[in-house]
Design a protein around this ligand. Sequence first.
Ligand SMILES: Cc1ncc(COP(=O)(O)O)c(C=O)c1O
Length: 377
Amino acid sequence: MNQPEDNDKRNEIAFSRRNWLKAAGGLVAMATSLRAEDVAGADAALELPLQLSINENAFGPSRQAVAAMTDSLKRIFRYPHAQSQQLIAMIAEKENVPGDHILMSVGSGEILLAYGRHFGAQKGEIIAAVPGYTQMIDVMQVLGSKVVKVPLNDKWEHDLDAMAAKVTAETSCVYICNPNNPTGTLCDAEKLKSFAIEVSKKAPVFIDEAYLECSDDFAANTMVGLVKQGHDVMVSRTFSKIYGLAGLRVGYAVASPQRIAQVRAQMSGNPNLMGAVAALASLKDKEYLDDTRAKIKAGRDAIHAVLRDLGKKHTASQANFVFFQTGMPIEKFQEAMRNEQVIVARPFPPMLDWCRLTIGQPAEIAHVHRALRKILG
Ligand SMILES: Cc1ncc(COP(=O)(O)O)c(C=O)c1O
């Protein structure tokens, strides 16, 4: 269970990796010869089938992150203490909170699991939207907690009023994924803020911002400010999505030192040297961030345009994936796409004729367009 979404599926699928992923995978072996330009942002030659089911960043990491890792290879015999401290300091500065409000983790999935283990042990109730991301919920259920599932509203967004109405003395915590996975929808920022302030007086609120930096307006939508104001809110972030470092497993949470101590007690790992130096370099590379966000948005807009042309409903995704109604059972659509050499995501009950598809590079999107027109046209 200690895996990001669909990792089990990942193992089942025999697919050839993109060029840049191959290069990144060979990083250690090629320590002395690898140059940043061999990996970062390399335009992928189309390698089929396209792996568009697990929301990786098709545009690859920052060149500066690759250069920093290459440079650090000669220091891998050292523990990453100094680099981890630098990373915490830099994240604290970015989030505008003291360093003791930052908890580093091995991917943000580890935070979700540790939080789930801490609150799941109370055997109470977790309130969550459906369909939504289930990593925390699954672990809480295993520990004997009950999931109170609240359907999305008619715009496929969190129904915050309905969720607030479900809070009782039994509630252990409330999970909000913003943007939501699999719909990619954002909550209205002001509404989410008042929801979190009110609800967190009764039960802790967890806000998963894994995809928020892919959205058009990160600053207006992040809820980190609530942590600083002293509300019982934890916010998680990851370097796996917009920063293109999924393989390195670096994530973090922002919360009060008290909540951090509880969650840390359930954790066993720390980011490694490569993860720390790559994350540090990525944070400094503002150009990379803006450029990648623009590429993701262009891909999202292009697929949405084709879907509209085909008369297919889609959500207002702000993430690095789209979610749309296929008009057929998802298993049938998955198979049809597989025949066109495109791997799409798993079913998301109860939206069983909808499909989640990760944004790829332009050549991949062009291939997806042809497949969509053939199957849905
Ligand atoms: C909403 C959401 N949160 C958290 C994660 C965990 O990702 P990671 O452990 O790579 O940070 C994922 C992974 O796909 C996700 O979709």
